[in-house]
Ligand binder design. Structure first.
Ligand code: NDP
Length: 328
């Protein structure tokens, strides 16, 4: 057995260290499928892991990276054979299980989703956990029976990964999308993606009133904190908000008023332990409902050697759209 290149996280006297280094194949963890990783991506959580800003990594040594797309190399799982194109995200990869920033990954076959024919391994990571989470949020709003005729949908963290894909998908489905961003200089970018209106996130970041003017039928929120509280208080009667992120904080300084006086529903979105059947639906809907041209426009490519620096940028809110990481 040889070695392969990986972004390795080790425990240090104070915190952790991250470096691109050889990793011994014999150290790969248990799993019945070995995948040749072709592409990965950079998520907010990856930024936290490679910079050590939050205790995302819970096993050492760790390979960072929470999602990958690639080709099955070896499998003892009857669902998979060499040559299958797969995508994998969450399940503790990069946290408790060796992750995606590596030439090889060994995982449980039950974690993998077969890539739809029309999605390349690069496109799968241009979508990445962020795009798949955006789709889980759209599916949650649909399950709640929201349709474009109910009214606008607000998307917060609009210029980020989840936000950008959410806007592209919602606009393709016919929704009137209101994009909330701190980077109003990106208004043209957001309108090209499909936003009908762009608002300054400062409008949503102050303390929330229990109820405010009803402005939208629903929302996809990747920001949390007072932003989510404001969105809830501005949601129309019987509307729904999918909460999937915490870019501004984990708190939710709200009241029960939107829930008990307007019947507003708060829908929780978790991508990490999401059941496999829902994952398959999400990837198949991404194949049909995400404009691939728009995806290309929002995607920027880096190499494995650039991941650590890019991790600091995503935490500083300086990344626009999606970053794919070329592994092989
Ligand atoms: P990005 O960094 O790409 O996007 C986050 C966006 O949030 C930024 O681009 C910025 O948008 C906005 N933002 C950042 N800081 C603040 C702030 N202090 N106040 C208000 N807005 C802010 O990250 P992702 O899109 O990859 O992820 C977004 C969030 O979703 C993260 O918190 C992440 O952890 C979470 N997430 C959760 C998942 C789940 O399973 N529930 C899965 C994937 C992600 P703008 O410049 O337009 O204002």
């Amino acid at each position: 057995m040889g070695t392969f290149k990986a972004i390795r996280i080790d425990k240090a006297e104070k915190g952790t260290t991250a470096a691109l280094a050889p990793f011994d194949e014999a150290e790969l963890m248990e799993g019945d499928v070995t995948v040749r990783v072709e592409w990965s991506t950079l998520n907010y959580k990856d930024g936290l892991a490679v910079t050590g800003k939050a205790p995302v990594v819970r096993r050492f040594p760790m390979i960072a990276g929470i999602d990958f797309a690639g080709t099955v190399e070896q499998s003892s799982n009857p669902q998979w054979k060499a040559g299958d194109k797969v995508v994998c995200n969450g399940w503790g990869m990069g946290e408790t299980h060796l992750g995606a920033y590596a030439e090889k990954a060994r995982v449980k076959g039950d974690w993998l989703v077969r890539l739809p024919e029309s999605i390349s391994t690069r496109d799968a990571m241009a979508i990445g956990t962020a795009g798949y989470t955006a789709m889980l949020s759209v599916l949650a709003l649909e399950k709640y029976d929201l349709t474009p005729s109910n009214g606008p949908i607000v998307v917060t963290g609009a210029a980020g990964g989840v936000g950008s894909v959410a806007i592209a998908v919602l606009s393709k489905l016919g929704y009137h999308v209101i994009a909330s961003t701190g980077r109003t200089s990106e208004a043209d970018y957001l309108k090209d993606l499909g936003a009908a209106e762009v608002i300054d996130r400062a409008e949503l970041s102050g303390p929330a009133k229990p109820l405010a003017k009803e402005c939208w039928a629903g929302g996809i929120d990747s920001v949390g904190s007072t932003t989510l509280a404001n969105i809830l208080s501005m949601t129309k009667y019987r509307g729904a908000v999918a909460a999937c992120g915490l870019a501004a904080g984990m708190d939710l300084p709200s009241s029960v008023a939107p829930f008990i006086l307007r019947g507003v529903c708060l829908l929780g979105i978790d991508s990490v332990m999401c059941p496999i059947e829902l994952r398959k639906i999400a990837w198949s809907r991404l194949a049909s409902d995400l404009d691939r041209g728009k995806l290309t426009e929002i995607t920027h490519e880096i190499g494995l050697d650039e991941v650590i620096a890019a991790g600091a940028k995503i935490l500083a809110g300086q990344v626009r759209g999606r970053i794919v990481v070329k592994i092989l």
